[in-house]
Design a protein around this ligand. Structure first.
Ligand code: PLP
Length: 381
């Protein structure tokens, strides 16, 4: 920091310079984030100073958070779900597992484990470290869904919960949540559904999937407004079927306007809550369905175009995530060549494939351009 400050114009020009160094989303096919909706940006700017960590000072913002929880709860089969707006999928995952870990610890259990699919997001590796809990990985079936038999084999007396993913990060696949719900009901375990990506997609797909609180065994769901919910970063949402799970996270907050806090972070963004409230109110279910419908239409165009040039998807896409199959030695070359043409794509772990996420910032022209360039790259000798 300099001794004297700079002029506003000078700072603005510094910011412009840095903004130009960032990529714009147009050619980004690797991210689960997108441009937030303009109404979300408007609301975010309006509530920038609002701190939900001391929500007694911001009752208006707190009311918006409560309404968001009710709206998302209703979307996911439980209008009276208890929860809060987190910083995203990672915090929601940590907190869901922490809640059940705390409950079981009170019951005297030690050396606990949870079971997640091999396809789980890497935040579960952070959970193993942070919560001192063993994270066991169940294998996947041929369609890259969590294999229920593998889950049953991994469960033992120290198991406290099972995690199913509704919209896997790499393949956009949905685990068999109904079967998982049945397994955990027989054993009094906790079933957490990580729908960070899929929560704002699955309810709007033409095909119906059972994955939410309408299944009796589902005790918690995570869904991120800052992914397909068109809200601003950071906005995650953690929901529990019962208030008592949220209470497992409570710590007393002596000098604040509230008696206790359940979130992982202390100070937390009221702006994100306002942005999420605004965009959900503005779009309604119809608006969200329109967005998902368009992403799915473009996904189908992408997949059929890829097939026409001889590239098949690893699985038929369930949602707007596509993994294109290449010989293992080719994936790196194709990814680098696309990168040289300013496309940003990513590579899945197992099987290795070219991963593309068709977010709302992608349009039809972009898909055609991408396919043309992909064909060029693939058939270069
Ligand atoms: N869970 C799933 C299924 C995800 O796809 C992601 C991120 O892509 C996360 C959790 C983590 O979310 P975040 O990056 O918002 O912490």
């Amino acid at each position: 920091m300099e001794e004297g400050g700079m002029s506003k114009e000078a700072v603005e020009s510094l910011l412009q310079e840095k903004k130009l160094e960032d990529l714009s989303y147009e050619r980004i096919l690797s991210s689960m984030c997108t441009y937030p909706h303009e109404i979300a940006v408007y609301a975010h700017a309006m509530f920038l100073e609002s701190n939900l960590g001391d929500s007694g000072l911001f009752p208006g913002t707190k009311e918006m958070e409560n309404k968001v929880i009710r709206m998302i709860g209703a979307l996911l089969g439980k209008e009276d779900a208890a929860g809060y707006i987190s910083t995203g999928g990672t915090e929601s995952n940590i907190q869901a597992i922490r809640a059940i870990r705390n409950r079981k610890r009170k019951e005297g259990l030690r050396d606990m484990n949870i079971i997640v699919p091999e396809s789980a997001h890497f935040s579960f590796d952070k959970i193993a470290d942070l919560l001192s809990i063993e994270v066991r990985k169940a294998s996947l079936d041929e369609e890259l869904r969590m294999d229920v038999n593998s889950v049953e084999r991994l469960i033992d007396d120290q198991t406290i919960g099972v995690v199913g993913i509704a919209g896997t990060t790499e393949f956009g696949q949905i685990d068999p949540i109904k079967e998982l719900s049945e397994i955990i009901m027989e054993r009094d375990l906790f079933l957490f559904v990580d729908a960070a990506f899929g929560g704002f997609v699955i309810p709007f797909l033409e095909e119906r999937y059972e994955f939410d609180f309408s299944l009796e065994g589902v005790r918690a769901i995570s869904v991120d407004p800052h992914k397909m919910g068109m809200s601003t970063i950071p906005a995650g949402c953690l929901l529990f079927s019962e208030e008592s799970y949220l209470e497992e996270l409570a710590v007393p907050t002596p000098y604040l306007t509230t008696k206790e806090q359940c979130s992982l972070t202390g100070t937390r963004s009221g702006a994100s809550a306002a942005a999420t409230y605004a965009v959900l109110k503005y779009l309604g279910r119809e608006g969200l369905k329109r967005i998902v419908g368009e992403c799915m239409r473009l996904t189908r165009i992408l997949v059929s175009g890829a097939k026409q040039i001889g590239i098949s998807p690893v699985i038929e896409p369930v949602m707007n995530v596509v993994a294109l199959r290449f010989p293992e030695t080719e994936v790196g070359r194709v990814t680098r060549a696309l990168g040289e043409r300013r496309w940003r794509v990513s590579v899945t772990r197992k099987p290795k494939a070219l991963r593309l996420v068709i977010m709302p910032h992608v349009d039809e022209e972009t898909i055609h351009l991408f396919l043309e360039e992909l064909e060029d790259i693939v058939y270069v000798v």
